[in-house]
Write a protein that binds this ligand. Structure first.
Ligand SMILES: Cc1cn([C@H]2C[C@H](O)[C@@H](COP(=O)(O)OP(=O)(O)O[C@H]3O[C@@H](C)C(=O)[C@@H](O)[C@H]3O)O2)c(=O)[nH]c1=O
Length: 184
């Protein structure tokens, strides 16, 4: 596996091994040794999937210190328009966003470091999103940013957003609790 760099410092994409035969498919979402070789040496504290109808937008989410987490996200069915934003004060890419389309039939992952917000728009009827997180979900640390306060060309207008996500503050009002650290 090889890192494919994104414009955001420390955030990268990589292809996930998958094996197809007459029965179907096996997709390897986590492999400790290969991930270490990629430079991902984080705790695996939670692993979950969510299913979203077409037009559902989830995010943009992060956890504030001391509950900050990195994530490895992918899409294992359907397709999502995936978005991440660097929120680390002092980072050369602070406030900048990156977007990429993740598809279940071309498994690919994004490593999202601590200090980033993340969200996605589901592009198909039954999109399955998977997330490996380095810190358990902590309601006291659960935080977010308004999806439409960042510089991203969303491919469609979202049809379904949670109340929580509609009430998130915009990037312009955001005071970051994150500091950029080299190789953070
Ligand atoms: C994210 C999360 C939620 N929950 C619970 C809380 C709540 O009752 C229910 C739904 O939570 P949410 O509405 O926050 O779920 P959702 O909007 O799907 O949150 C996810 O959005 C995407 C964009 C991400 O990046 C993920 O890391 C995660 O934040 O699941 C957990 O128990 N553990 C978790 O890790």
């Amino acid at each position: 596996m090889q890192r494919q760099l994104t414009p955001l410092i420390d955030c990268f994409e990589f292809d996930i091994p998958s094996f197809t035969d007459s029965r179907g498919r096996l997709v390897k979402l986590y492999h400790q040794l290969s991930f270490k070789e990629l430079g991902i040496d984080k705790e695996v504290a939670e692993f979950y999937i969510s299913e979203s109808k077409k037009g559902v937008l989830r995010g943009l989410h992060f956890q504030i210190p001391p509950y900050q987490h990195s994530k490895i996200v992918s899409c294992i069915k359907g397709a999502i328009f995936d978005v991440m934003v660097d929120l680390r004060e002092g980072s050369l890419t602070y406030g900048q966003a990156h977007s990429t389309v993740l598809r279940g039939d071309q498994p690919r992952a994004v490593f999202i470091p601590e200090g980033f917000a993340h969200g996605f728009l589901s592009l198909e009827e039954e999109s399955l999103f998977s997330c490996i997180s380095s810190h358990v979900f902590e309601p006291k640390g659960d935080a977010g940013l308004r999806w439409d306060s960042i510089a991203v060309d969303w491919p469609d207008i979202p049809l379904n957003i949670s109340e929580k996500d509609l009430e998130q503050p915009g990037l312009q009002d955001f005071v970051s609790p994150f500091q950029y650290e080299v190789n953070g």
